[in-house]
Design a protein around this ligand. Structure first.
Ligand code: ADP
Length: 672
C-alpha cells in the first residue's frame, strides 16, 4: 500500500516535471526560431531597401543618360559582390545601358520583370522575380522597377540581377542550433528564393504554393507566427517561425524538426524513466521485504502466543504443587492445585509469601530453608501446609534457584505425602507392636526355659550313665537344645532392645570404645590365640557409646569365630576419613565369605554354616546393621573367600552432621 503510494507520487512528480519540461522546451524553441526569423527579416529588409533605392536612383537618372552611363552603372553595381548586374532596357525590351557592356543591345522583352511592367505599367512597386538560370547557368533573381517617359507612359525597366547567395548568407548566419534546423526565404509567389541548407540549390525556385504551414501563416494575417506540422518541403514534422517583411512581398521562415527540438527532453525523459523504474523496483523490493518481515513477525508472534498458552496450561495443570516466588518469598506464578490445597484465591496468593502457607512456628525454619536454596542453588524438605480452613497437608518440597528476567527467584514443586505419612505412622505402630511382642515373648519365654533347663540339667546330673546309651544321648540333645534356645532368646532380646532404643548421640571416642570391646573379648581372644590390633588412632564421632561398643564387639567376635583352620587369627580395626564420613574397617584373615552372600548375612537368622561347625544365632550382624542405621550410617562386607573378610562401617563425621533443626524435622514434629 505504502509502496503503491510512493510509486504513484514518484510517477506524478516525474509526469509533472516532464510535462513542464516538454512545454518549456517547445516554448524555448519557439522563442529562438522567432528571434532568428526576426533578425533575418531585418537584414533582408535592409538589403532590399538598399537595392530598391539603387533602382529608383537609376530610374530617375536614365532619361538624361549619355555614353558614360554604363560606367556609372558598373560603379553602382559594385555595391555588393552578389549584385551580378544593373541594366536599363527601353520600352521594346532592348538593353540600352548595362554594367556589363556585353549585354547592351540584347533583348529582355520575354523576361518576367519586363513582361510584368509592360502588362502593369502603373505598378510602382519593386518587382522581385523568381530565381532563374542566367546566361552562364548561374541562378539569379531580378529586382526591377519600371521607367516612364515625360508623359507618364511605360518606357522600359531598370533591372538589378542578384545572386540568391545574397540571402543565403543571412540565412546561414541565422541557422537554429537544433540538428537539421534550416531557414528559407519565400518570394511573392511563395517561391523559394533561398534555403539553408540546400546543397546544389535543389530547393531554390521550388514553389510552395501548397505549403500548408506557409499558407497557414499567411492566412493568419500576422507578420510573425509560429506553425508546427509536417512540411511540404521535406515531409518532416517541424516547428517553423515565419516573419513576413512589411514593405516587400517576402516571408522569412526559420525551422527545426520537432524531434531535434525535443531531443534533450527525450534524454531527460529517458533518465527520469530509468530513475522512476529504479524507484519502482526499490519500492517493490522494500514492500516485499516489509511484507516478509511482517509475515515473519506475525508467525513469531503466533508461535510465542502458542508457546505462552502451552506453558500457561502446563503450569496450571501440573500435578502436585507448582510455584515460583521471588527472593522475598512473594508468589509470582503457581498452579491451580496450590489455590485448591491452600484454599486461597489467586488474589490472596498474589499478596502472600511462601512462609505464610505454614504454621507460625514453622515460618522461621521455612525462611531459613529459602535462604539456603538462594545461597546453595537447590534444596528439598518436608513441611506441613496449613490451609485457610485450618487443615494440615504434609508436603515434600523441592526448589531451585533460577533467574527470571534478571531477578533471582525460586521455582519449586510440592508433592503430597499425606498417604506416605499415614503409611509411615502405621508402619511405626506395627513395628513397635512387633518389637513389643518380640520383647515380651522372649522375656516371658526366659522363665519356663530356665525351669526346663534346670530340670534337664538335673536329669543329666542324676541319670547320666545310669540309663542306657540312647537315654544319655537324648539327655545330651535336650541340654544342647535348651542352651541354643537360651542364646537365641538372649540375642532376640538384645535385638528388640537395640531396635527400640533411640540412640543418645554425643561425642564418643571410638578408640576407647574399641579398646573396651577388645578387653571384653579377652577370653575368646586368648582361647583362639588371636591377635587383635587397632591401626593408628580411631576418631571421635557423634554416637551412642553403648551401641557402638556392641557393634564392634559383634564384628571382632565374628572375626575370631570364623577363623581359618591352621591360621592364627589376626584382626585389625582401622578408620579413614572419606569426605563427610569416617569409614571404619574390621579386617580378619578368616574363612571369608562368598560375594553372593554379602547382602544376605545382614538379614535376621541368616547363617552360612552349620551350628556344629560354627555356633551362632544369625542375629549379630542384624543388630550391627540396626546400630549403624541408628547412627545414619551404612555397613557392608567385602571378602576374598578363603583369605579373610572385611566389614566396612561408614558413619557421619562430627563436622559434617546437618543441623538437627531442619525443615524435615520441623515437618515431622508438626505432623506427628
Ligand atoms: P552368627 O555369627 O551368630 O551366625 P551373625 O549375624 O553374626 O550370626 O553372622 C551371620 C553369618 O555371617 C554367620 O553365620 C557367618 O556365616 C557369616 N559371618 C559373619 N562374620 C563373618 C566373618 N568374619 N568371616 C566369615 N563369615 C562371617
Amino acid at each position: 500500500m505504502q509502496a503503491a503510494l510512493i510509486v504513484l507520487i514518484a510517477c506524478a512528480i516525474v509526469g509533472w516535471n516532464m510535462a513542464q519540461a516538454y512545454y518549456g522546451t517547445l516554448a524555448g524553441a519557439r522563442a529562438q526560431l522567432s528571434a532568428l526569423a526576426r533578425s533575418v527579416a531585418v537584414e533582408v529588409s535592409s538589403t532590399l531597401s538598399t537595392a530598391d533605392g539603387l533602382l529608383k536612383d537609376t530610374a530617375a537618372l536614365t532619361p538624361t543618360a549619355n555614353g558614360g552611363f554604363d560606367a556609372f552603372l558598373r560603379m553602382r553595381a559594385r555595391i555588393n559582390g552578389n549584385v551580378l548586374g544593373l541594366s536599363v532596357a527601353d520600352g521594346t525590351g532592348r538593353i540600352r545601358f548595362s554594367s556589363a557592356p556585353a549585354l547592351v543591345g540584347r533583348s529582355i522583352a520575354d523576361s518576367s520583370d519586363f513582361l510584368h511592367f509592360r502588362n502593369h505599367p502603373n505598378d510602382r512597386s519593386l518587382f522581385i522575380s523568381q530565381p532563374e538560370a542566367g546566361p552562364r547557368g548561374t541562378l539569379r533573381i531580378y529586382l526591377a522597377r519600371h521607367l516612364i517617359d515625360r508623359r507618364g507612359r511605360f518606357a522600359g525597366v531598370v533591372q538589378l540581377a542578384i545572386s540568391p547567395d545574397l540571402f543565403t548568407r543571412y540565412l546561414d548566419s541565422a541557422r537554429p542550433s537544433f540538428a537539421h534546423g534550416g531557414s528559407a526565404l519565400f518570394g511573392p509567389t511563395r517561391m523559394v528564393l533561398a534555403r539553408v541548407p540546400d546543397p546544389g540549390h535543389r530547393l531554390i525556385g521550388r514553389s510552395l504554393a501548397k505549403g500548408v504551414l506557409l499558407l497557414r501563416h499567411l492566412a493568419s494575417g500576422r507578420r510573425e507566427s509560429v506553425q508546427q506540422g509536417v512540411t511540404t518541403m521535406d515531409g518532416i514534422d517541424r516547428m517553423v517561425a515565419f516573419n513576413s517583411l512589411p514593405r516587400f512581398p517576402i516571408t522569412v521562415a526559420v525551422s527545426a524538426p520537432v524531434a531535434s527540438i525535443l531531443q534533450p527532453w527525450w534524454r531527460d525523459l529517458t533518465s527520469n524513466l530509468i530513475i522512476l523504474a529504479v524507484v519502482v523496483l526499490v519500492a517493490i523490493a522494500v514492500t516485499r521485504l516489509a511484507g516478509a518481515r511482517r509475515r515473519e513477525q506475525a508467525r513469531a508472534a503466533s508461535m510465542i502466543a502458542a508457546e505462552r498458552d502451552f506453558s500457561r496450561t502446563l503450569v496450571t495443570s501440573l500435578p502436585g504443587l507448582f510455584y515460583l516466588f521471588d527472593a522475598d518469598g512473594r508468589f509470582l506464578r503457581w498452579n491451580t492445585n496450590l489455590e485448591s490445597v491452600t484454599g486461597r484465591s489467586a488474589v490472596e496468593l498474589t499478596n502472600m509469601c511462601m512462609a505464610d502457607l505454614f504454621d507460625e512456628t514453622d515460618r522461621e525454619a521455612i525462611d531459613r530453608h529459602i535462604y539456603d536454596i538462594l545461597t546453595t542453588g537447590s534444596g528439598a524438605g518436608e513441611a506441613v501446609i496449613v490451609a485457610a480452613s485450618g487443615r494440615h497437608h504434609p508436603y515434600y518440597f523441592s526448589g531451585m534457584r533460577i533467574l527470571v528476567d534478571g531477578r533471582t527467584c525460586i521455582i519449586g514443586v510440592g508433592q503430597d505425602i499425606s498417604e506416605l505419612k499415614q503409611l509411615q505412622r502405621s508402619l511405626e505402630v506395627s513395628n513397635e507392636d512387633l518389637r513389643q511382642f518380640a520383647y515380651v515373648a522372649a522375656h516371658q519365654l526366659q522363665e519356663p526355659l530356665r525351669v526346663i533347663a534346670g530340670y534337664v540339667q538335673l536329669l543329666a546330673r542324676r541319670y547320666q550313665g545310669r540309663l542306657d546309651a540312647d537315654a544319655d544321648d537324648f539327655i545330651g540333645f535336650a541340654v544342647a537344645g535348651v542352651e541354643r534356645m537360651s542364646s537365641l532368646i538372649k540375642d532376640l532380646l538384645d535385638f528388640s532392645l537395640v531396635s527400640a532404643k533411640a540412640p543418645i548421640l554425643r561425642p564418643v571416642d571410638c578408640h576407647q570404645v574399641v579398646s573396651a570391646a577388645i578387653a571384653d573379648l579377652a577370653v575368646a581372644i586368648d582361647d583362639a590365640g588371636a591377635k587383635v590390633t587397632i591401626a593408628g588412632t580411631l576418631p571421635t564421632i557423634e554416637g551412642d557409646g553403648t551401641l557402638l561398643a556392641t557393634l564392634f564387639q559383634n564384628l571382632i567376635d565374628n572375626a575370631i569365630k570364623y577363623r581359618a583352620e591352621g591360621r592364627r587369627p589376626q584382626v585389625t580395626i582401622a578408620a579413614k576419613r572419606t569426605g563427610p564420613t569416617w569409614e571404619f574397617t574390621v579386617t580378619d584373615n578368616g574363612i571369608g565369605i562368598q560375594p553372593e552372600h554379602f547382602a544376605k548375612i545382614f538379614d535376621l537368622f541368616q547363617r552360612l554354616h552349620r551350628q556344629t561347625d560354627y555356633p551362632g544365632t544369625g542375629i549379630g550382624l542384624t543388630i550391627s546393621r540396626k546400630i549403624v542405621e541408628h547412627h545414619g550410617g551404612r555397613i557392608w562386607a567385602t571378602s576374598e573367600p578363603g583369605q579373610g573378610s572385611c566389614f566396612h562401617i561408614a558413619l557421619p563425621a562430627m563436622d559434617s552432621r546437618p543441623a538437627a533443626d531442619s525443615v524435615i524435622d520441623q515437618g515431622k514434629r508438626a505432623h506427628g
